[in-house]
Ligand binder design. Structure first.
Ligand SMILES: Cc1cc2nc3c(=O)[nH]c(=O)nc-3n(C[C@H](O)[C@H](O)[C@H](O)COP(=O)(O)OP(=O)(O)OC[C@H]3O[C@@H](n4cnc5c(N)ncnc54)[C@H](O)[C@@H]3O)c2cc1C
Length: 482
């Protein structure tokens, strides 16, 4: 008999949060702490969304999206989660570049970047200072006309080597390109430049386990294996949701599902104004990713070759080449035993930006061949840095945009939500339907671990305000639904 994953759930919750990505979990936690009854529904068996990991035979644990985030995550964890989580954040100091234009190692902060720009690239100090100042002062309300390409042209005309140094890591961090608004570059770049790149010691499995414990402590009703199929409305207001075929009432929905899926599939275009849907149709998804997971045999070691290694054989930075299925650029994340103290294991994850369409329409046979090619070419590229890698490996697997789609339901397996225009749509959702909110990777700046978690906080506050505005309405009767 099929298990009922909603067994014992209530007939009504103040808020239903759809999806347990970092935005969904952070929002659910805040809303529960603010006194609301919260149901957190996740279709997958695991929580975390793209912030996830997997275990394989031989004691391998591989992280999917734990490669690096800015120091702001420490404050976010301390304020909205726990001090213990904040205290587990550690700095990565060996960030390495290797491409035909330059080879260097950096601590990836303002002081080191300034020195490199002055000494290695010969840029004048005033120009560097002015560039940092301009990037730092960009904010949400700035005009969006200037692209990152124009920003670079202005400060470093013709210096494609400098562009690559400044841009390549950010492309990996949030999927943005030279043609996206400079704002989406400036905010993320400045966040990193503040203090460098950080990671979570203990791994994603430890983090999500602790988040789950905290959510339960604060009273969130967590339900995994629960697919939200529909958001029900009464007129222009949220009335409930349909989960695994069962209706549950609520006054507000915070969707952490992709913004386009939320509108087109969970609600339905006909429930929004025509002008709004016209704008929604202009929203472009961000690109997706491929990864190769490399598990090192128990007892084997690899020398420290840096924590993050941006490698490329392309002559210069080029978005098209970065996305191309014939990979020229890869970011290697090296996981040394300090990452998971007590485990004494090494692992390597290679990430490349990718296009969904390059993978979506392959036959099963072609798909498997292409995955195998991806693994082999990744090992070839890695041999340059870890010469005997093939002898040290005993687990290899690849993920493609199709894999990311399957696990998170993100259309086209998008790694970083939508391009910039998606942010306005996400913000305008409650103006269309009372009680309907969205949070999660959108508009480039609200993506990545920090962006998604912080956006969860912003939207949770708005949901709280909305719920308080309904306090005069009669209380709902609550009973166990099943
Ligand atoms: C390969 C890769 C590497 C990355 N590396 C980094 C990195 O190093 N640093 C960094 O900061 N960021 C990184 N990111 C980005 C970062 O992981 C994401 O931006 C962030 O985790 C997204 O969080 P989110 O809250 O938007 O939701 P998501 O993680 O997209 O989660 C949404 C959740 O909603 C669930 N869901 C969707 N629809 C439904 C439904 N109808 N019913 C029930 N559940 C539903 C999904 O299953 C999922 O669990 C990386 C991403 C990828 C793909």
């Amino acid at each position: 008999m099929k298990r009922n994953w909603l067994k014992g759930a209530n007939s009504y919750y103040d808020v239903v949060v759809i999806g347990s990505g970092l935005a969904g979990m952070t929002a659910a936690n805040m809303l529960a702490k603010l006194g609301h009854s919260v149901l957190l529904a996740e279709h997958h068996y695991n929580m975390g969304g793209l912030a996830t990991w997997f275990k394989r035979k031989g004691g391998h644990i591989l992280d999917i999206s734990l490669h690096g985030f800015p120091s702001g995550m420490i404050k976010t964890f301390r304020k909205y989660w726990t001090k213990e989580m904040a205290n587990s954040i550690i700095r990565l100091k060996g960030i390495r570049f290797d491409n035909p234009q330059f080879k260097l190692v950096t601590t990836f902060d303002k002081v080191d970047f300034t020195n490199i720009l002055l000494e290695r690239f010969g840029i004048l100090k005033d120009v560097v200072d002015d560039f940092f100042e301009t990037a730092r002062n960009m904010n949400f309300y700035d005009e969006l006309e200037m692209t990152t390409r124009e920003l670079f042209e202005k400060f470093f005309p013709g210096r494609k080597d400098v562009w690559r140094f400044l841009m390549e890591p950010i492309t990996y961090a949030n999927g943005s390109t030279l043609d996206d608004p400079a704002l989406s570059y400036g905010i993320v770049f400045s966040n990193f430049m503040d203090k460098g790149v950080f990671t979570y010691q203990g791994g994603t499995d430890d983090l999500i386990k602790k988040m789950k414990k905290e959510l339960i402590k604060n009273g969130v009703d967590i339900r995994t294996h629960c697919l939200v199929e529909k958001i029900h409305l009464e007129g222009k207001s949220v009335k409930g949701v349909k989960i695994n075929g069962q209706d549950i009432e609520c006054r507000s929905v915070l969707s952490n599902s992709n913004i386009l899926s939320t509108i087109h599939e969970l609600v339905g275009d006909e429930k929004f104004s025509l002008e709004f849907i016209k704008e929604v149709k202009k929203v472009r998804l961000n690109d997706s990713s491929c990864q190769v997971y490399i598990g090192i045999k128990r007892g084997e070691k690899i020398d420290n070759v840096g924590d993050l290694l941006f490698t490329s054989v392309a002559e210069e930075y080029n978005t098209e080449k970065i996305l191309d299925k014939h990979v020229t650029s890869r970011t290697f994340s090296f996981y040394y035993p300090e990452m998971r103290p007590g485990l004494d294991r090494f692992a390597i994850v290679s990430s490349t930006n990718a296009r969904f369409m390059d993978w979506a329409n392959l036959s099963e046979e072609e798909y498997n061949v292409e995955k195998e090619n991806l693994i082999e070419s990744t090992l070839d590229a890695l041999e340059k840095y870890v010469p005997d890698i093939r002898q040290k490996v005993d687990y290899l697997e690849a993920a493609t945009p199709k894999t990311f789609k399957r696990y998170t339901l993100a259309p086209a397996g998008t790694s970083f939500g939508t391009k910039f225009e998606g942010l306005k749509i996400s913000r305008d959702l409650p103006k269309q339907i009372n009680g309907l909110y969205h949070s999660g990777s959108v508009g480039i700046i609200m993506s990545g671990w920090l962006g998604a978690a912080n956006y969860g906080v912003i939207v949770a506050n708005e949901v709280d305000k909305f719920m308080r505005s309904l306090e005069h309405e009669p209380k709902k009767m609550v009973h166990a639904s099943v």
